[in-house]
Design a protein around this ligand. Structure first.
Ligand code: SF4
Ligand code: FES
Length: 290
């Protein structure tokens, strides 16, 4: 964590990038305060200017910044912007990038809670920036935004997701079947389909895995998301690779590392009962008497 440094001032302009990573150039190496267009006063109710009379307000976003090409350690910068009651954290970040500091870097794509690319820590809790309304946060104080934990920070709010996806790939998250290909679809009853309905909702955002203290300290633990995606196939009546996946998760860095502290279930933006899914995988292993 960066040490607090002397506040300074600077001006910056930039442009909103396309989809994917919102890339950045140079970033300052100290703690800064920035005001958006309109000279916003921090945390002031501004009324109903804007289309449709939507209430506006000023909010200070406190962002953890890090540019590996310039900084030896991360630091914090404050940005005060005027936002509306319908705006989300992602809108505030986009506004800062477009109007105040084009060097700000973060990931986003769909902006509607589907792609899973904008998981970040907002006020100490993992959330999707595109699903977090500013009006639901305490805007009497700065809204603190930082990268998710446990994965290497590449730049500002962007982390290297490769360790997360490596664990995901290891559990073979695809249908495994044997024998000749069927001549028609693989039929499944409604109750059989419901068996994995919850875990099939995963969008691979990493909010769960990066909220898990075992993952933070261990670094080798498969993590909740990989187990969720193994569960999705282990309990699929059409799949024939369950033994293989259970064998993989019976590893010392597999399901037995879970301490059932529910951080993952609380962090999941899809409301998946992750701790329950992990418990079911443990039970499946015990039932096989491994
Ligand atoms: S289980 Fe939930 S929190 Fe974890 S990666 Fe999937 S959608 Fe994200
Ligand atoms: S930008 Fe796609 S889930 Fe938020």
């Amino acid at each position: 964590m960066a040490g607090e440094k002397e506040p300074g001032t600077r001006s910056a302009t930039g442009e909103e990038g396309g989809e994917g990573i919102a890339t950045s150039g140079a970033a300052p190496s100290s703690d800064y305060d920035h005001a958006g267009k309109g000279g916003a006063s921090p945390r002031q109710e501004k009324g109903t200017d804007g289309a449709g009379g939507i209430p506006s307000f000023d909010v200070t976003m406190r962002l953890r910044r890090y540019n590996p090409e310039l900084d030896t350690e991360p630091h914090w910068e404050n940005y005060t912007v005027t936002m509306y009651g319908t705006d989300r954290v992602l809108d505030a970040l986009s506004k800062i990038k477009a109007e105040i500091d084009g060097t700000l870097t973060f990931r986003r794509s769909c902006a509607h809670g589907i792609c899973g690319s904008d998981a970040m820590r907002v006020n100490g809790r993992n959330r999707l920036a595109c699903k977090t309304l500013l009006k639901d946060l305490d805007i009497s104080k700065p809204v603190v935004v930082e990268p998710i934990k446990g994965l290497p920070v590449e730049k500002d709010l962007v982390v290297d997701m490769e360790p997360f996806f490596a664990a995901y790939r290891e559990v073979m998250p695809f249908l495994i079947t044997r024998g000749a290909e069927p001549t028609r679809e693989r039929v499944q009853s409604q109750p059989d389909r419901e068996r994995f309905d919850d875990t099939t909702k995963c969008i691979l955002c990493a909010a769960c895995t990066s909220s898990c203290p075992v993952f933070w300290t261990d670094g080798q633990y498969f993590g909740p998301a990989a187990i969720v995606n193994a569960h999705r196939f282990i309990f699929d009546s059409r799949d024939q690779g369950s033994d293989l996946r259970l064998e993989i998760l019976n590893d010392r860095e597999g399901v037995w590392r879970c301490r059932t502290i529910f951080n993952c279930s609380e962090a999941c933006p899809r409301g998946i009962q992750i701790t329950k899914a992990i418990a079911e995988v443990k039970q499946a292993l015990i039932a096989r008497k491994l």
